[in-house]
Ligand binder design. Sequence first.
Ligand SMILES: Cc1cc2nc3c(=O)[nH]c(=O)nc-3n(C[C@H](O)[C@H](O)[C@H](O)COP(=O)(O)OP(=O)(O)OC[C@H]3O[C@@H](n4cnc5c(N)ncnc54)[C@H](O)[C@@H]3O)c2cc1C
Length: 304
Amino acid sequence: MISKEQQKELRRRLAGFLTEEKPLAAKTAFKVGGCAAFYLQPKSLPDLELVLRTLAELELKFLVLGAGCNILVADEGVLDRVVISLDQGFAEIEIMGSDSWSVMLRAESGVRLSRLIRLSADEGYSGFEKLASIPGTVGGALAMNAGAYGGTIYDSLAALQIMEKGSLSWRSAARLHPAYRDGGLSVEQVVVAAYFLLERKSSSEITATIKEIKELRQQRLPRGDHAGSVFKNPVGDFAGRLLDEAGCKGMRCGGASVSKEHANVIVADKGTQADDVLTLMENMRTLIRDRHGINLESEIRVFS
Ligand SMILES: Cc1cc2nc3c(=O)[nH]c(=O)nc-3n(C[C@H](O)[C@H](O)[C@H](O)COP(=O)(O)OP(=O)(O)OC[C@H]3O[C@@H](n4cnc5c(N)ncnc54)[C@H](O)[C@@H]3O)c2cc1C
């Protein structure tokens, strides 16, 4: 919980960026959950530096919000930490250098993956194709090590620009150790920008691959408000397969139900409570634990 003294200092020192009781539901893919008690929206690097330095000095925890595609906010909201949104500003894309074979592209953390995919198809930059149709921002994708069809955002990453307690630093991709659906960043590291080394290919070749991947995903992913896969795949198996076999499709709790098309996706109808989603997740997990002795690990990040 944020103490009275910390609240007072936050208001005094970060007045220009601070919103209180900011509703978060509309900022997440599930469209459920409560408010951020304290919400900050820095729009430039110096602003972010001031914000992170101040939070470090006040010993306050924070959560960075990207596009909210992999986040579930609890009904009571986020009370114990400050929420930082980077979706205003931090949206620049720049070509840093290129030759006939390759291109070095810098993308700031708030850039949408969909924009990178469009650009790579238009310009003939290969490396992002497998990310086609994964929603979210560059920062969120790096924090999550987002990927599909055997590829992830780290495949073409050359380096990261990270800010920690207000200090900017670099990490070459070789020094990073992303794991399955986990970029391995610490809670204090904020991705500011990423440098990608992309191969030049023909636009038509890239466009064809993207189209193929989009079609495959359209067949598999349900409509409605959801955050993609709920659980990570356990070693050697697929969470979706185990959940399907256990009869989870169609299971419901309040407004939340397991998709009939994909057993590892929870769809939230209008009026769903975050608690409905959490209870359903627990019921699914219990079924698999009882049947197989496997403890499914959440891919979705839950914040309260
Ligand atoms: C329809 C649908 C399909 C999906 N399919 C896939 C898929 O195929 N593969 C896959 O991997 N994922 C998939 N996802 C999940 C989601 O799209 C990815 O995890 C995505 O990378 C999240 O990006 P975001 O910007 O929305 O991050 P958020 O959900 O906002 O945040 C996710 C995590 O990243 C952290 N974070 C965000 N920005 C930063 C930053 N700048 N610095 C540090 N940390 C940060 C947050 O604190 C949080 O812990 C899907 C989601 C949906 C809704």
